[in-house]
Design a binder for this molecule. Structure first.
Ligand code: MSP
Length: 473
């Protein structure tokens, strides 16, 4: 079996923050889990950037930079940020790349040939921040876009439209057939009630827009950025075998694009729809929405430089269950690092290995294996259903269990009076460390090789190491 995982492609009018990192780290963790199960060649993880947006044009203009230079600079920043954060993507797509433009043209032509695109006149409201058309009923009491707090633009122009209204029934049938088309349940219900409420045709081109991909049959129009962006998942998919088991991760704010417009586009073009989509929640920082005006935007690099990539990953992913909303705070993150990583996992590995050196001259006692299988099976089940936080909990429960065993049996005292009994305790502890290492391959990928080194070979354990060094306040 092959598996294809994607993140949304990010707007690059600014640098990444931990909200973006959250989704990317979650997708990366699930991809790592499946790589461990199926082998590297059977898993493909795609991420990338959404460049054909008015936001990028505005950002480049503000800096007085030529757009191509700005895009190159920002795409590099995003790509390198993910690399520095230990995200192991297989491909990074940019929507200005020729391979993407080609796929967009192919798919749009198919939709056009199917008769689902028609010319018309658009008159209405548009928010560049959202890159989305708004209805009057969407606006707040001041007539502003509720997300961006600015008035939307009034637009009246000749546009091409996508006949989305035609897809109400096919979409409902599709959701009926495929319960994984959108998870969790709450998001699925929202989308179903949105579809049941009736779908309007949508404008998919902008006349004389300065930037973007032109329509294949009418070059005077540029394709609406969402209509081009969604297609990245096809441009970046390596083969139909991968497409069959595609899974899109996305935030809850963009489910209508992904679960209404995107499957309708695919049905129209005669392409199979994604196998799975999963919408995660949003997190606030100390109870507030992250925003420049509140000066509370946190860079993932800031956390990774201070605490390391594995702490960044687990600190974010363990804050609340994947799919829910939650909060992030520095204090909570530091506490997690100190108590769970340094004081929990790090300390456990160090103590056990040091004791085995001291009392058994580093020689490994014989191993028993049954209990480990059970723990790992539970861990697997949770990750198969994308319950990342619960999987992390199993990891820490195992750490706590091992620390309790160590403290209650006190093998450093036992070894002096009954060495064979102490050896049995060490065997149990080593077993726990092995299962922890195997979960760490997915959850703590940069710590995993260090754990392996400490666990040594069949006969002897390796040298003890500090896995999570103390950090300054
Ligand atoms: N370019 C579009 C996606 C196109 S996909 C075909 C876009 N980009 S974005 O950069 O604005 O957002 C990308 C993702 O980041 C979204 O899934 C969004 O939900 C997520 N997040 C942005 N802020 C977030 C938080 N504070 N918390 C969690 N996720 C957040 O939308």
């Amino acid at each position: 079996m092959k598996k294809f995982f994607t993140t949304p492609i990010f707007y690059i009018n600014d640098v990444p923050h931990i909200g973006h990192a959250y989704c990317t780290l979650a997708a990366d963790t699930i991809a790592r889990f499946w790589r461990k199960k199926l082998g590297r060649e059977n898993v493909f993880f795609l991420t990338g950037v959404d460049e054909n947006s008015q936001k990028t044009v505005d950002a480049a203009e503000k800096l007085g930079e030529p757009i191509e230079k700005y895009l190159q600079k920002m795409a590099t920043i995003w790509r390198e940020t993910w690399e520095k954060c230990g995200i192991d993507f297989d491909d990074f797509i940019r929507t200005t790349e020729p391979r993407h433009v080609r796929t967009v043209h192919e798919i749009l032509q198919k939709i056009y040939d199917a008769g689902d695109i028609f010319p018309g006149e658009y008159s209405g409201l548009y928010c560049t921040g959202c890159e989305s058309f708004l209805k009057k009923s969407d606006l707040d009491e001041h007539g502003n876009c509720p997300a961006h707090k600015v008035p939307p633009q009034k637009i009246q122009e000749k546009n091409y439209f996508f006949r989305l209204s035609k897809f109400q029934k096919p979409l409902l049938e599709l959701f009926e057939k495929n319960p994984k088309l959108l998870e969790p349940e709450k998001r699925r219900n929202e989308i179903l009630s949105f579809i049941r409420g009736g779908l309007d045709d949508i404008s998919i081109s902008r006349e004389n827009a300065e930037f973007g991909i032109p329509l294949p049959w009418d070059e005077s129009h540029k394709i609406y950025v969402w209509f081009d962006a969604l297609i990245n998942y096809r441009s970046g998919c390596p083969s139909e075998d991968f497409w069959k088991n595609s899974c899109h991760f996305l935030g809850k704010d963009i489910t209508r694009f992904h679960c209404v417009i995107w499957p309708a586009m695919l049905i129209s073009a005669g392409i199979s729809t994604p196998a799975e989509e999963f919408a995660h929640g949003f997190f606030t920082v100390d109870g507030e929405k992250m925003s420049k005006s509140l000066d509370n935007v946190i860079s993932p690099l800031e956390l990774s430089q201070k605490f390391g990539n594995d702490a960044l990953r687990l600190g974010l992913l363990s804050a609340f269950e994947f799919g829910n909303d939650g909060d992030f705070s520095f204090a909570q993150f530091e506490n997690f690092y100190r108590t769970k990583l340094a004081g929990g996992v790090g300390n456990l590995f160090n103590r056990v290995i040091v004791l085995i050196h001291k009392f058994l001259a580093g020689k490994k006692p014989e191993n028993l294996n049954a209990e480990n299988d059970e723990i790992f099976k539970n861990f697997e089940k949770l990750l198969e259903t994308k319950k990342i936080r619960s999987a992390i909990e199993i990891f820490f429960e195992t750490v706590d269990g091992a620390n309790e065993l160590l403290n209650s049996t006190e093998p450093w005292k036992l070894a002096k009076v009954d060495l064979p009994a102490a050896e049995k305790v060490f065997a149990k502890l080593l077993q726990k460390l092995e299962i922890l290492a195997s979960m760490a391959e997915v959850l703590l990928p940069e710590t995993f090789p260090k754990m392996q080194k400490m666990l040594g070979d069949e006969k002897k354990v390796g040298a003890p190491e500090i896995l999570f060094p103390p950090v300054e306040k």
